[in-house]
Design a protein around this ligand. Structure first.
Ligand SMILES: Cc1ncc(COP(=O)(O)O)c(C=O)c1O
Length: 365
């Protein structure tokens, strides 16, 4: 088998080898089914068991209360940029957005197609290097919800605390895109009305979008113009099988959930992720050449961005990474430099290898 390299991709990203090995083992013939998961009907007993087990597992992992629906959808987190306003806000209604990065801005842009989406906080002026504080009074009380992007994958920032401490004290319901931190960080579902996440980071391969939504928050009469496939309700009624679901991605997510539970759950994973992030930020902070320009209190433990002073050093370090078996570490084109994504599937050994390489590189200058 070819050697697996140290993969710091932002998504799709590294998955635990145990999960991939298990999928490999079951790939040709799923136990008791006589065929692969890719070949079975989504209405078949084995698949229904796979789907139900995945839902039960994510409910345990995130302590999801019974009055929240768990949906396995398609279309990526990006489709949620449209589905959220269409299902939570009447057409033309006021909604509030905190713009903390590229994806947050896209979410706001899509909401503008539907209604009066207002930016109530933004960090665009400083290149999205911090999370703006949202004060009481910033969010109009008649807004249908406040939307935040919990972790900003490109810019390496994350909400340490939810605005207003979450839904309990918030003047309006809280909706959050937690695509790049879900299952890597403890998230209090009860403080949210809706959480969504593209799977391709901590939940498995691409092709699946997880939505967790408080059922009573959905509009009783969504605008009739909203296509059936863009409504949550038919999917809730059909256990996410209004049409053929992304069966393989659900199966893989189920394996990821099982793995996460075996690791001790989200608390244990977060602890491990904090250790990985502390090691890498420590290496950056003690360096004379590597730099992280994000406000210290808003640093993401998932996506660590860093730069070198000039293009020559950047190219040299990139080449060194490539020669040393470190892949997918280039920063997003909007930011440049480097980005190491430390999802659950990225080992401490990978982070140690990277930090040692950074030190060797600096010593050798
Ligand atoms: C925070 C965040 N939101 C949304 C997206 C878009 O996700 P998708 O490609 O699943 O539509 C991404 C993709 O990386 C992301 O990181």
């Amino acid at each position: 088998m070819e050697k697996r390299l140290y993969n710091f991709a932002a998504g799709p990203s590294a998955m635990p080898p145990e999960v991939l090995e298990r999928a490999q083992k079951d790939m040709l013939c799923y136990p008791g089914a006589g065929c692969s998961v890719m070949e079975m009907s989504h209405r078949s007993k084995p698949f229904m068991k796979i789907r139900d087990a995945a839902e039960e597992s994510i409910r345990r992992l995130m302590d999801i209360p019974g009055d929240y629906a768990v949906l396995f959808l398609q279309g990526g987190a990006s489709l949620q940029f449209s589905m959220v306003p269409m299902n939570l806000a009447p057409r033309g209604a006021l909604t509030a957005y905190s713009v903390t990065g590229n994806f947050a801005k896209k979410a706001w842009e899509e909401a503008c197609r539907w209604g009066d989406a207002r930016i109530v906080a933004s960090s665009e002026e400083d290149g999205f290097r911090h999370i703006p504080k949202i004060k009481a009074g910033d969010v109009p009380e008649d807004a249908a919800y406040l939307h935040i992007t919990g972790n900003n994958t490109i810019f390496g920032t994350c909400y340490g605390e939810l605005p207003f401490g979450g839904m309990k004290d918030a003047p309006v319901p809280l909706v959050a895109d937690w695509s790049s931190a879900i299952l890597g960080l403890e998230i209090d579902v009860r403080k949210h009305t809706l959480i969504y996440a593209g799977a391709q980071k901590n939940l498995g391969p691409a092709g699946l979008t997880l939505v967790i939504v408080k059922k009573d928050a959905l509009l009783a009469f969504p605008d009739p113009v909203v296509p059936t496939m863009l409504r949550y309700e038919p999917q809730i009624k059909a256990d996410s099988m209004y049409n053929t679901p992304p069966c393989w991605s659900i199966y893989m997510a189920g394996l990821m959930f099982e793995w996460a539970e075996a690791q001790g759950g989200v608390r244990a994973l977060e602890r491990r992720n904090r250790e990985k992030a502390a090691l890498l930020y420590g290496a950056i902070d003690s360096s004379e050449i590597f730099e992280n320009k994000v406000a210290a209190e808003d640093r993401s433990i998932t996506n660590v961005v860093f730069t070198l002073p000039d293009k020559e050093l950047t190219d040299r370090f990139a080449a060194l990474c490539e020669d040393s078996g470190i892949i997918n570490i280039k920063g997003h084109r909007l930011v440049g430099g480097f980005r190491a994504s430390l999802y659950n599937g990225v080992s401490m050994e990978a982070v140690r290898t990277l930090t040692e390489l950074m030190k060797d590189f600096e010593r050798g200058l």
